[in-house]
Ligand binder design. Structure first.
Ligand code: TNX
Length: 530
């Protein structure tokens, strides 16, 4: 009965929306459901009228928010309007204000957005906040704007007053490019999609037993040899330093910081295949020796490889690799892994690796096992099961596997998925149900381990739409999170997700339309640089 009722509500909502979409009324009075915004803004008051975007638009910006003016102008052009960006205050029908003093009210990344008969006013203390306000506006435009094909009808924007800021400062995804490689073009698309949902951290798992994925100039064999493998059926390859820099620039323009992970002292077989001298004599550090150099490893087992921790030379290697990575990383963090390995010298290694990262001016992150060691107080722990007895009191990123491991099945029994953390998979609802009870949590991050994720279509399927739920859990105040309301909004966005060319999972809670997913995986801001 309850299911029937919610189906009815859904159908009603859907038909209302399609009526509205078809006949934005000429009297400009708004009725029906308000636009579906994800993540849900923290304070929003919808008005009962609509602002008709005129054919000619003027965006007024102060000289320091030109970038935001460019993004907005791109959006307006894609919807078929003419637009000029001019420097000045409150002189147009679109007015952008960047004012650091707004930080007191709106926080670092917050924004306020007002739409009334005079037009649109967007304010923030930061470029990031203006960018997020523009994503909110973008979600109010017809979905076809993603394909730059919304020029036919005038665009109407519902009057609104929004004050919005994120609950968590860390709203991330992790892509394991080590088990199966995903290159620059895919990662840029991924960044575009994250940005649409106001996410801001992209963690790349760059090394593991099966592959090494980042060029290190002082250690050329890491890629000459170590990048050649993958898990069975996956892709090999690596990012050149040039590509890595390009990705970071692309992401930074979208307020996303890239975090590189070099997993150590375990999960290192690809590096050992390239530099056998990092192993102990007789490979006693490989237990069991599932492969030995020069063989590559393409299986799924974990926990069998590690550096030879009694050899001092391994620290020269760590020092050179971390030094080079620090030099090409724009963000403040380097992830040192630290998961799934036993060794009497484990803690010693972690403490040293942490101090090497700090020596190069960066802050270290590690999987929660690393907090068994006396790491610096600046260290950040990424919790994946929450069971490690930490000896330090450090900040935490929440990646609890039963809520956030998107390599797990979308629905029970899905092929090519993992199930060791949760037998019946991690459903959309499981993701949405996450609530942190840790005062030291700085945010959430959803990983996709790609052991059995072999191509882009599969990766899209694992990430979407569950990442949309991650984004909302990361942004919206916990008291406002309501699953059915989220589903209603996601339902409204479903056609847009397909238009954007995302090969999402056909999650059963959502009614996906029958049209083909757009063959061209791009959206309104793809490739754009202010
Ligand atoms: C555990 S969870 C891992 C990964 C694997 C994953 C799937 C964690 C920190 N590490 O190395 O890919 O299981 O088997």
């Amino acid at each position: 009965m309850k299911a029937l009722k919610s189906l009815l509500v859904l159908l009603l909502t859907a038909s209302l929306v399609s009526c509205l979409g078809g006949s934005f009324s000429s009297n400009e009075v708004a009725d029906g459901v308000p636009p579906a915004i994800i993540p849900l803004p923290n304070q929003v008051e919808w008005g009962d009228k609509m602002y008709k975007v005129p054919a000619q638009n003027k965006i007024c910006v102060g000289d320091i928010n030109l970038d935001a003016g460019q993004w907005l102008s791109e959006l307006l052009k894609a919807s078929g309007q003419e637009v000029e960006v001019v420097e000045g205050n409150a002189c147009g029908n679109w007015n952008l204000t960047l004012d650091p003093s707004l930080k007191t009210n709106l926080g670092e990344e917050g924004y306020s957005l007002d739409i009334s008969e005079e037009g649109v006013t967007l304010k923030s203390a930061s470029q990031a906040g203006l960018f997020y306000g523009i994503q909110t506006l973008r979600q109010m435009f017809p979905a076809q704007v993603e394909k730059q094909a919304a020029g036919e009808k005038p665009v109407y924007l519902r009057f609104v007053s929004i004050e919005d800021e994120p609950h968590f400062e860390w709203r991330g995804t992790m892509v394991d490019v080590a088990r199966s490689f995903f290159g620059l073009e895919y990662l840029k698309k991924h960044v575009d999609r994250m940005a649409f949902y106001k996410m801001n951290r992209l963690h790349l798992h760059l090394s593991d037993d099966q592959g090494w994925r980042i060029e290190i100039k002082s250690k050329p064999k890491l890629t000459e040899i170590g990048s050649k493998g993958s898990t069975i059926g996956g892709n090999s390859g690596y990012l050149t330093q040039k590509e890595y820099l390009e990705l970071q620039e692309y992401a930074a323009a979208r307020n996303i910081i890239v975090i590189p992970e070099i997993d150590m002292p375990g999960h290192v077989y690809a590096a050992l295949a390239a530099y056998p001298e990092l192993s102990c004599d007789g490979y006693s550090n490989l237990t069991p020796a599932r492969a030995t150099p020069p063989e590559l490893y393409s299986g799924y087992e974990v926990g069998w490889s590690k550096f030879c921790l009694e050899k001092p030379e391994i620290y020269d290697f760590v020092n050179e690799v971390i030094g080079e990575i620090a030099g090409i990383t724009k963000g403040p963090w380097i992830h040192i892994g630290g998961d799934e390995i036993e060794d009497p010298r484990y803690e010693e290694f972690i403490v040293k690796a942490d101090s090497i990262v700090r020596k190069y001016g960066k802050t270290a992150i590690g999987w929660e096992e690393a907090t068994k060691a006396e790491v610096d107080e600046s260290f950040i722990s990424q919790e994946w099961h929450g069971e490690v007895e930490s000896v330090v009191d450090v900040k935490v990123i929440e990646s609890i596997c039963s809520n956030f491991y998107l390599d797990h099945a979308n629905v029970p029994g899905q092929e090519n998925t993992l199930n060791w953390c949760k037998e019946d998979g991690v459903s959309l609802e499981n993701v949405y149900a996450f609530r942190s009870d840790k005062p030291n949590a700085i945010g959430v991050e959803a990983p996709v381990w790609t052991d059995p994720v072999l191509n882009e279509q599969m990766l899209d399927d694992r990430l979407w739409p569950r990442t949309v739920a991650v984004a909302e859990v990361g942004w919206t105040t916990p008291e406002k999170l309501e699953y059915q309301d989220f589903l209603n909004r996601l339902q409204e966005q479903a056609p847009r997700i397909r238009l954007m060319g995302i090969n999402h999972h056909p999650t059963p809670e959502i009614k996906w339309d029958e049209t083909e997913v757009s063959a061209n995986a791009s959206s309104v801001f793809s490739g754009f640089k202010p």
